[in-house]
Design a protein around this ligand. Structure first.
Ligand code: 3HC
Length: 312
């Protein structure tokens, strides 16, 4: 084994962070670029389903909270793009990969938000799933990703809490409000369970990512933790999860659960979910409409460089 690779593996073994200037295997760099850029795209595309409810939030307080949450997601996307750039890829290239369909973003954001209760269900379930997946990423072996995740997770906890609070309020409201909350949970539950990705047997990247300590738990381990957490929290909400097979298993000390519809998952991942086309159209249009900002920033930077050269 070459010396550089040995040093890299020893650092991984001793829980010493890998920093951008350190030597790293090309495959490690590529895996991180893939995962971090997909994560960044997910944060940005994830603003769309909730952003649609900012003008329709039921009270001023709910509106202020939702605006803050959607802005947080923009911030998460930006930290993650900045972190990914330290791996020697430009932001333009990453955004191009998203807009041309080469890069993925989370399947969950291809579902529509039909009622206000969906904002509660996204907060409780989608952000809940995100936290379950992302808290271990705070211990990721790559320094910039792990540090970005510490801040992101603090904000995600507030997001989950506000979603739970929306559902709790609706659950304790009128019959119609309660039904609306239940309907939202019925629609968002299985897509949230799918967010963790394919079963471990069908996850091509998991084993290597876990060996490199990018991922700390497998997709199925995280999914099980999420289901266990939600099954208990649903009782507090006095609402149900739409899974007849959901049942505590005393032997396993976990909840058993029903079959996941993997056909639906891959269909959504491959671009055929209910909102894939709408989401991409919105991102492409935002990118095109923002061209003048990029041009102005470029022109300003050029002018500044020219002035600095004159002074020097
Ligand atoms: N949606 C879309 N694609 C998915 C997916 C999902 N829910 N789950 C897995 N995939 C894709 C993978 O990206 C991979 O595709 P690729 O080879 O083209 O990159 C393929 O399915 C096989 O999956 P693997 O399990 O082998 O892939 P990973 O080891 O990368 O694990 C992951 C997938 C668990 C999503 C991992 O990448 C991860 O932890 N990513 C970081 C967290 C993240 O991206 N979360 C997205 C949610 S967004 C969010 O949290 C915003 C918040 O505000 C709600």
């Amino acid at each position: 084994m070459q010396n550089e690779e040995q040093i890299f593996l020893e650092k991984i073994d001793q829980e010493i962070k890998i920093e951008p200037r350190d030597w790293m295997p090309d495959a490690y760099r590529k895996t991180l670029i893939r995962q971090m850029s997909q994560h960044a795209h997910s944060e940005i595309v994830g603003m769309l389903p909730e952003g649609a409810w900012i003008t329709r939030a039921p009270t001023l307080k709910r509106k202020a909270i939702l605006i803050a949450k959607v802005q947080d997601e923009a911030g998460h996307g930006l930290y993650l793009y900045a972190g990914t750039e330290t791996l020697n890829i430009g932001r333009e290239e990453m955004i191009d990969q998203l807009l041309t369909g080469k890069a993925k973003y989370s399947s969950i954001f291809n579902y529509p938000t039909l009622t206000w209760a969906d904002i509660g269900a996204i907060g409780w379930l989608v952000d809940g799933a995100a936290i379950m997946n992302q808290v271990p990423l705070c211990r990721c072996s790559f320094g910039p990703y792990s540090r970005a995740m510490i801040r992101i997770c603090k904000e995600e906890s507030f997001h989950q809490r506000q979603g739970f609070d929306i559902l709790l309020t609706l659950s304790r409201g009128s019959n119609a409000q309660r039904e609306m909350a239940q309907d939202a949970i019925n629609r968002w539950w299985w897509p949230s369970v799918m967010m963790f990705g394919p079963n471990d047997d069908n996850s091509p990247h998991s084993a290597q990512s876990m060996a490199w300590k990018i991922k700390r738990f497998s997709n199925d381990e995280l999914r099980q933790k999420f289901i266990d957490m939600c099954a208990d929290q649903a009782k507090v909400l006095e609402l149900t999860l739409p899974d007849k097979k959901l049942q505590w298993n005393e032997k396993r000390k976990h909840y058993d659960f029903g079959e996941i519809n993997w056909h639906e998952f891959w269909n959504v991942v491959n671009g055929h979910g209910p909102c894939n086309k709408e989401r991409m159209a919105a991102r492409i249009s935002a990118h095109e409409n923002g061209a003048w900002v990029r041009e102005a920033a470029d022109a300003h930077a050029k002018k500044r460089r020219a002035r600095e050269q004159q002074v020097a």
